[in-house]
Design a protein around this ligand. Structure first.
Ligand code: ADP
Length: 255
């Protein structure tokens, strides 16, 4: 038994996967706050403890994500775009051709060729709107956990619009909608739709060929997936645990 460890030091969350023969044996995550190295180490220890994994069975530790350089104790580092492409291509059984990754602070769109190589890459990191942070801000304003966003959006009876293209203005728009008595279901539906519009804007008019996958933490929000499908008029696929595909890709880079 040889278990490799993938560590994704993201802007918002640190993710760890333990992988044996391409299979994820254990995964864990924790919020990114100062002291990331110790947090990541703690998460790795937790995984080792849970799997009762002795030192000699640990293969390589590969780090990726924006904080990868902060973590010294790695065997290897890989950039997050390559890790995302490798991880999701493998998890999708070679089906993924477009990957939309919504992270805590940016949105990335990757186009892959039939071998999983990155053929095109676009990113929005200038603005919080459309990112995980934007959802977190809205969750605080609406006093609603992100885990409930998908279900609540489904219950929206009326479809209102959020017109602000900037997170700061969107915040005042949400406050004013609340003051007008608009329900949180309607506001969450509008949020998902506005993020979907932004993402479609990054993709531009390019017709995506092949399967489109959404990953990153916000991909757990079914309401966002449905909003993207409505906006892009195509099926959007999501793997079982979309927040771990980049960490998984770090391990795949070893093979
Ligand atoms: P990064 O890799 O940049 O740290 P992630 O891919 O981990 O970012 O995504 C973080 C974002 O995921 C958070 O900002 C939050 O908006 C979103 N998120 C986290 N958990 C959930 C959840 N259960 N449902 C919906 N969104 C979530």
């Amino acid at each position: 038994m040889r278990v490799d460890i993938g560590l994704d030091l993201g802007s918002t969350a640190i993710k760890v996967v333990f992988v044996e023969n391409e299979k994820i044996l254990w995964r864990g995550q924790t919020a990114t706050v100062p002291g990331q190295e110790a947090l990541a180490m703690g998460l790795i220890q937790k995984g080792r403890h849970n799997l009762a994994l002795p030192e000699e069975q640990i293969g390589s530790l590969v780090a990726t994500g924006y904080g990868k350089n902060l973590f010294a104790a790695t065997d290897r580092q890989i950039d997050e775009i390559s890790a995302n492409a490798l991880g999701l291509f493998r998890l999708s059984g070679g089906q993924a051709r477009t990957i939309i990754n919504i992270g805590g602070q940016d949105v990335k769109v990757l186009t892959l060729d039939e071998k999983g190589r990155v053929a095109d890459f676009r990113m929005n990191d200038k603005c919080a709107a459309g990112t995980g942070r934007f959802f977190e801000l809205a969750a605080r304003l609406l006093d609603t956990p992100l885990e409930d966003f998908g279900e609540l959006a489904r219950r929206a009876k009326n479809h209102v619009e959020l017109n602000s293209t900037c997170a700061v203005f969107a915040e005042s728009e949400i406050i004013s909608l609340l003051a007008q008595g608009v329900g949180r279901e309607e506001i969450i539906w509008a949020l998902n739709a506005s993020v979907a519009r932004r993402v479609a804007g990054i993709l531009g008019r390019r017709q995506s060929e092949g399967a489109v996958f959404l990953d990153g933490g916000p991909a757990q929000n079914r309401g966002l997936v449905e909003a993207l499908e409505d906006e892009m008029l195509t099926d959007i696929h999501v793997t079982a645990e979309p927040q771990f595909s980049v960490a998984y890709g770090a391990v795949v880079s070893l093979s």
